[in-house]
Design a protein around this ligand. Structure first.
Ligand code: ADP
Length: 604
């Protein structure tokens, strides 16, 4: 499934295209294209595109809407086909959007009603959805909400101790960066080869915005951002935790109104308020040059994060792993060290060299704890777009109607002949007579029959299936191979090198030829059915024949997707007898096995 992801901010637009199978591991997703538009202005914006190479250019687009409208041409230029779904990152889903949701008109109206909770972000997100709908009217639009991951939090973590009337009006903690925290939690569990449900984990997302999340056995238990993204850690331009008493103080003593205070808390506080720059690189450089304001900013920043680590370890009753992500978490070894300094008492200690030299390429998640430290510490790049694509692929697959049952047909012994063999059996220039058409388009059973002969016996009146092939192939059951006295291997059609020889006898002569196999079970699959069932050509699936008289599940069935195929599973007569099938039945793909890659389990 191909998913186009949009992350629309107030002054930038990021997008990415992912190919992924619903239900498959995150690591298996392919990032096929990405781009970002930045710094919209009257003279256009900066554009960066490309997955492996980053191409930078100026583009004429002045607004988010113009940028989104330019994406179809960019995808065309990169030969990327129309996506199956478009996924939008939505900042605020309130308490109602608990998971990825299809953005119907009704859903959009509900998101719009949440605008007071995210006045800067939700309107930009909604505009993104509207423009994308106009560009791709036939492609479903989905939303993934930054708040959704945190809806698992207990009331004790989400409740502000304020009057009931305020709480009734909607005052509560929500938390943000949910997609990022969820991704790094999964990545951490993967890197540690541990089930996420066995981990008490703290995720530190330190970018321009910053938040920390206590993820207790896979579920968000608490997070530092609250009703708005102002609460919690020190950020680029936001202060994080603040005594609400400052509002009254500022109003009474400085004469500032609410709008002015809020603007300063959003845009002029945090690192910028402390050290004059919101960029940690500047602040660290100035601190290294002896600037005392920058040094204080770094101390406040690290101290706040350290306090949260202690608090969340206490909230979870212990800590197994800590993961750093975001521009600062990924790139600043000195900030990681400062944050972790003094936490040895709880088993958390960094390894100096490992912390200094990490390589995050290819979604790596290196460990940087000291040898023997009880708490594992990891660093990894966040991949919010990938997580968004994954959530939508999974939700779409869940929303689709149950996959149709697969007709199961029993293949009795038969042969496919090449021209030389036809000539040897029926005489030079002979043409087989097409009889009954088969269900796979273009295939038929010939009116003629042949005899098979092996050292132990003969099998008469064996069907010939047309049209002619480049190489003769004889398909029998294990029982037939015993009757012939030839040990035939189980093979996929066409895989004939090294197969045993058998004698074919026709009315005009006989020929000894290799190509004797027991056909491995397989499913011919139409591409539309493959999409509906979430499988791809070459996948290996398990199929449950629950309606058969001796119901059983056939494992490791190869899926062969072909443009005009009639979707049908083929088994041989021995397999049919084992399942107690007369002529035909239906089977269902066992869901959790539906996307297992073929390679390690191929029948041969
Ligand atoms: P956003 O939250 O906007 O996605 P990022 O995750 O890119 O932001 O993080 C931006 C922050 O990361 C900035 O403060 C930037 O200075 C910081 N950063 C990036 N590289 C480094 C570095 N090498 N050392 C310290 N800080 C860095």
């Amino acid at each position: 499934m191909r998913i186009l992801v949009f992350n629309a901010g107030s002054s930038s637009l990021k997008f990415g295209v992912f190919d992924l199978q619903p239900g498959a591991a995150l690591e298996q997703a392919a990032h096929v294209f990405k781009g970002s538009f930045d710094r919209f202005g009257a003279d256009g914006c900066d554009l960066v595109t490309g997955v492996d190479t980053r191409e930078r250019a100026r583009a004429p687009h002045r607004t988010l809407a113009e940028a989104i409208a330019a994406v179809p041409a960019l995808l065309d230029g990169a030969a990327i086909a129309t996506p199956d779904a478009i996924a939008h990152r939505i900042a605020h889903g309130g308490t109602e959007f608990t998971a990825a949701a299809e953005l119907t008109l009704e859903a959009l109206a509900r998101i719009e009603r949440l605008t007071p909770l995210a006045p800067l972000h939700n309107p930009a997100n909604i505009e993104g959805v509207r423009v994308a709908t106009a560009c791709w009217p036939d492609v479903p639009q989905w939303g993934v909400f930054d708040t959704a991951f945190h809806l698992s939090q207990p009331a004790r973590a989400t409740t502000y101790a304020v009057p009931q009337a305020w709480r009734d009006a909607g005052l509560r903690r929500f938390g943000f960066h949910g997609t990022s925290h969820k991704y790094v939690a999964h990545r951490t569990a993967g890197a540690l080869r541990t089930d996420l449900r066995d981990l008490r984990l703290i995720s530190l997302h330190l970018g321009n915005g910053a938040s920390v999340c206590a993820i207790n056995r896979g579920q968000s238990m608490d997070t530092s951002m609250g009703m708005t993204p102002l609460e919690g850690l020190v950020m680029g331009t936001r202060p994080g935790d603040l005594d609400p008493g400052v509002f009254g103080f500022l109003q009474r003593n400085l004469g500032l109104d609410i709008d002015t205070i809020e603007a300063a808390l959003n845009s002029d506080s945090g690192l910028k308020g402390l050290a004059g720059s919101s960029d940690m690189r500047d602040v660290e450089a100035r601190a290294a040059d002896g600037d005392s304001q920058a040094q204080l900013a770094i101390h406040v920043y690290a101290y706040r994060a350290r306090k949260y680590i202690g608090a969340y370890a206490a909230a979870m009753g212990g800590l197994d792993a800590l993961v750093f992500t975001g521009g600062i978490g990924e790139n600043s070894p000195s900030m990681r060290r400062r944050i972790c300094d003094g936490l040895e008492f709880m088993g958390l200690k960094l390894h100096h060299d490992r912390n200094m030299a990490i390589d995050l390429a290819d979604r790596a998640a290196p460990q940087i704890q000291a040898y023997g430290a009880r708490v594992q510490v990891l660093v990894t790049e966040t991949a919010e777009q990938l997580m968004i694509a994954h959530e939508v692929a999974t939700a779409r697959a869940d929303a689709l109607p149950a996959p149709p049952p697969i007709p199961v047909a029993v293949s009795a012994r038969h042969v496919h002949l090449d021209a030389t063999t036809v000539a040897a059996l029926f005489g030079p220039g002979y043409t087989l007579t097409p009889g009954k058409p088969l269900r796979q388009p273009g295939n038929w059973a010939a009116k003629e029959r042949v005899t098979l002969e092996g050292p132990k016996g003969r099998i008469e009146r064996v069907a010939i299936l047309g049209p002619l092939r480049n190489r003769t192939q004889i398909e029998v059951s294990r029982t037939d191979s015993f009757a012939l006295g030839i040990d035939a291997p189980v093979r996929q059609s066409g895989d004939l090198d090294g197969t045993p020889r058998v004698r074919l006898i026709g009315p005009a002569g006989s020929i000894d030829t290799d190509g004797l196999i027991i056909a491995a079970r397989h499913i011919h699959m139409h591409p539309d059915d493959a999409a509906r069932m979430g499988v791809a050509d070459g996948d290996c699936v398990d199929v449950n024949l629950s309606h058969a008289a001796r119901a059983l599940t056939f494992a490791h069935v190869l899926v062969r997707v072909q443009p005009n195929a009639f979707t049908e599973m083929h088994i041989d007569t021995d397999e049919a007898n084992a399942a107690g099938i007369g002529s035909a039945t239906e089977g269902e793909i066992v869901p959790e096995m539906a996307v297992t890659a073929l390679a390690p389990r191929s029948a041969s």
